[in-house]
Design a protein around this ligand. Structure first.
Ligand code: AN0
Ligand code: CP
Length: 320
């Protein structure tokens, strides 16, 4: 695997899930695969889970790991070609990327949406330059539009906890004080569409996700109606994707606390499990009692980030 961005990059999803289960049984079985190989993890944004779980995954495979927080100690990077660099940016991405490629065998990159320009974000301008100029396999650790390591871990978690062959999975928008990217819901929708689940998306009007990710998934604007009979509730805030009104891209259109997932919401479900990628703002996205309930999967979900990353790095090492 040369790029890990979309669900298709894994090939047969059933086989990938079987591989994940086998890796989870013995996560050190491929220690020899990564010997003298180096993973470079580049962070343009903060992280707790992605940073730790991906390092752990690389160590499971016997790799060496280098982590760089670009905004803490590295030179400030220019990303636009043709700019006269007389400002505060000392280095251009076009030199920095091939240089980074010199010191590693695989590269993971976290670079969130900037919300400055929908076209640049949705064309994955930054990550595509890493793919083009690093000369290394590149895996996305949350880009402008996708978070595949998270979605893979979420699917592994649903596989582990599902009580029926084809569970009802609901992706629900929930309120948040700041504008958040669409990467998590985009990937979750993409992966649920590829999986064998009954998938429903619920959000206030104006929050329609890009058709590239949400496809023909069922959208229900009445949150309570969407929750009825659900087996899994996946809560997440996202800012306006700008599908119906491009001028609203990245804006917070609603902070309606009626959308916070609480006990009354969970009561209409089929005793659903609660999921969230974390970090989560309590009593905005979800109430204390719901996230602390036995139905909450937020910790097993985070634990599975190590498993999804181990499978992805293994696949990349196998094709070096
Ligand atoms: C990020 C987001 O919503 O995309 C990262 C989630 C994994 N969340 C925040 O910035 C709070
Ligand atoms: N879920 C997730 O990616 O968390 P971090 O932002 O802490 O890496």
């Amino acid at each position: 695997m040369k790029v890990f961005q979309n669900v298709e990059d894994l090939g047969d999803l059933k086989l990938a899930l079987e591989e994940a289960a086998a890796v989870k049984k013995d996560r050190f079985q491929y220690q020899a695969l990564g010997r003298n190989k180096t993973a470079l993890l580049i962070f343009f944004n903060n992280s707790l889970r992605t940073r730790l779980s991906t390092q752990k995954a690389a160590m499971n495979l016997g790799m060496n790991v280098i982590v760089l927080d670009v905004n803490q100690g590295a030179w400030k990077l220019e990303t636009e070609r043709g700019v006269i660099m007389d400002g505060d940016k000392s280095e251009h991405l076009l030199e920095a990327i091939p240089v980074m490629g010199c010191y590693c065998d695989v590269i993971g990159v976290r670079s969130f949406a900037t919300f400055e320009n929908r076209k640049d974000d949705y064309e994955e301008k930054i990550l595509n330059q890493f793919i083009k100029y690093s000369g290394r396999p590149v895996f996305f650790m949350e880009s402008a539009t996708v978070h595949p390591l998270q979605a893979f871990a979420d699917l592994i978690t649903i596989e582990e906890y599902k009580r029926t062959q084809r569970p009802k999975v609901v992706l629900s928008w929930a309120p948040h004080p700041k504008a958040l990217p669409q990467a998590v819901p985009n990937s979750f929708a993409q992966w649920m569409n590829a999986a064998d689940v009954d998938f429903v998306v619920t959000h206030p009007e104006g929050y329609e996700l890009d058709p590239k990710f949400v496809g023909n998934a069922r959208v229900e604007y009445d949150q309570m109606k969407a929750f009825e009979g659900a087996d899994f509730i996946y809560a997440k805030n996202w800012s306006c994707p700008g599908v119906t009104r491009p001028e609203d891209y990245g804006k917070v259109l609603s902070k309606d606390m009626g959308w916070t997932v609480d006990a009354a919401h969970m009561a209409v479900t089929n005793n659903a499990y609660f999921m969230h990628c974390l970090p989560v703002r309590r009593n905005m996205i979800v109430t204390d009692d719901v996230i602390e309930s036995p139905q909450s999967l937020v910790i097993p979900e985070a634990a599975n980030r190590e498993i999804s990353a181990t499978v992805v790095l293994k696949r990349m090492l196998e094709t070096l």
